[in-house]
Design a protein around this ligand. Structure first.
Ligand SMILES: [Zn+2]
Length: 160
């Protein structure tokens, strides 16, 4: 049985979710992230794995966003881990801004978590005080640093 066989897609009123057929403990590897088709632009079915690389991820496209997620997608090593203990039959979710810089289809989150970010549009639209509480992938960290370093030009505009 491959790791992917432990995951199943549930569809309810056209709303898809990814359900785990077994329990996982926090920190446990769940599966590899499939890179079925790599494209250079985000769409609602892709996960961003590098600055200019977005990939179709097969079954994992059914993963919903949560502001209080139970899985982490490590796009540098293409692995998905449990970041909480997960029960059999539980829905899996991850924090979309951990992989997405600017999303193609932003939406309003109604997860009800006390740490809900409300507008899910990508990491570049979130304050550092929110981002610091989440695992962020390497490409997201690099783009944040780049964004901040670009602010140096404000000084040269003022003093020149
Ligand atoms: Zn939320």
């Amino acid at each position: 049985m491959s790791a992917m066989d432990t995951l199943t897609i549930k569809t309810e009123n056209k709303f898809r979710s990814l359900i785990s057929k077994r329990a996982y403990t926090k920190g446990e590897l769940i599966c590899e992230i499939p890179t079925e088709k790599v494209v250079n632009k985000a769409n609602r079915y892709t996960v961003q794995i590098e600055r200019d690389k977005h990939t179709n991820v097969g079954k994992l496209a059914a993963l919903n966003h949560s502001c209080d997620p139970n899985v982490i997608l490590d796009t540098e090593h293409l692995l998905m881990y449990a970041c909480k203990d997960i029960e059999k039959g539980e829905e899996l979710s991850f924090f979309y801004p951990a992989t997405e810089w600017e999303m193609d289809a932003p939406f309003i989150c109604l997860c009800g978590s006390s740490s809900c970010i409300h507008v899910v549009a990508g990491a570049r639209f979130l304050p550092l005080s929110t981002l610091e509480h989440h695992f962020l992938n390497k490409h997201i960290r690099e783009m944040m640093i780049e964004l901040l370093e670009n602010t140096e030009q404000h000084l040269s505009k003022i003093i020149s």
